[in-house]
Design a protein around this ligand. Structure first.
Ligand SMILES: Nc1ncnc2c1ncn2[C@@H]1O[C@H](COP(=O)(O)OP(=O)(O)OP(=O)(O)O)[C@@H](O)[C@H]1O
Ligand SMILES: [Mg+2]
Length: 233
């Protein structure tokens, strides 16, 4: 279980997160929705400790993460799959995947490569291709696959559907559900409101650095008024 309570983040004078409290319980997919600039990516960056909070508490399995570094979080299995994929375009698919397992000391990297290929058979066919020459959908698959190579307990996904065609988005969301069914908790940031509500258990809606709405995803999905008011969808 990951738990944030009353988290505040500033970029200089910009007060980007104004008291965020949220939980990622064991086994769940949690979605974090909201308009551009609401603070979604900032929340993920704070969780992976790329940026510090000024106030608030952050616990993972009841231990405070406030003094930890990004690499401590990776070692604890909190793996961030960032906005815009951030692949290494001049490295091959295989090299990008191996970078995802860089911090690991166990010997299961080969087995995990096979597991990742079971999710994404296309990547196996393209092991020696430069990441920068993959299609958009393939690049997103590689970004998720690279995160999986870090053996995540909690996977932070920032807009996995961005710029992709509907049928590829479907494929990727199916895989996200499988990853969750096999035991990984997921915090999903998405602009595709309908799909996010469909696959997540619980939803938080951010507005201007604050949580404006939260609830079971199926309740929000069924309530047209609330959905239109808070999500315009
Ligand atoms: N490095 C930075 N320096 C200053 N302000 C920043 C920085 N990064 C983000 N912000 C500001 O913080 C706020 C939240 O940004 P954030 O990237 O978290 O939004 P978001 O919800 O992920 O938006 P989007 O849907 O467009 O990705 C915005 O007002 C943004 O301009
Ligand atoms: Mg963002």
């Amino acid at each position: 279980m990951l738990k944030l309570h009353d988290i505040h983040v500033y970029y200089g004078h910009v007060h980007a997160l104004k008291g965020i409290s949220l939980e990622i319980p064991q086994g769940k997919i949690i979605s974090l929705l909201g308009a551009n600039g609401a603070g979604k990516s900032t929340t993920l960056k704070m969780i992976s400790r790329l940026i510090p909070p000024k106030q608030g508490s952050y616990d993972l399995e009841s231990e405070s993460m406030l003094k930890k570094t990004p690499s401590d979080l990776v070692k604890r299995g909190v793996i961030h799959c960032p906005e815009n994929r951030r692949l290494f375009p001049l490295l091959t698919v295989e090299e990008n995947l191996r970078i995802g397992s860089f911090t690991r000391k166990d010997k299961k990297v080969a087995a995990d490569l096979e597991k990742v290929f079971a999710y994404f058979p296309r990547l196996k066919e393209r092991l020696n291709q430069y990441a920068g020459t993959l299609s958009g959908g393939e690049q997103q698959m590689l970004a998720i696959a690279r995160a999986l190579m870090g053996n995540p307990k909690i996977l932070l996904l920032d807009e996995p559907s961005l710029g992709l065609a509907p049928n590829i988005i479907r494929d990727i969301f199916q895989i996200i559900m499988r990853i969750n069914e096999e035991g990984t908790m997921i915090l999903l940031v998405e602009q595709n409101v309908h799909l996010a509500l469909e696959i997540s258990h619980y939803t938080y809606v951010l507005e201007n650095g604050r949580i404006a709405l939260e609830g079971e995803s199926r309740h929000i999905k069924e309530n047209d008024k609330i959905r239109q008011l808070y999500l315009g969808a």
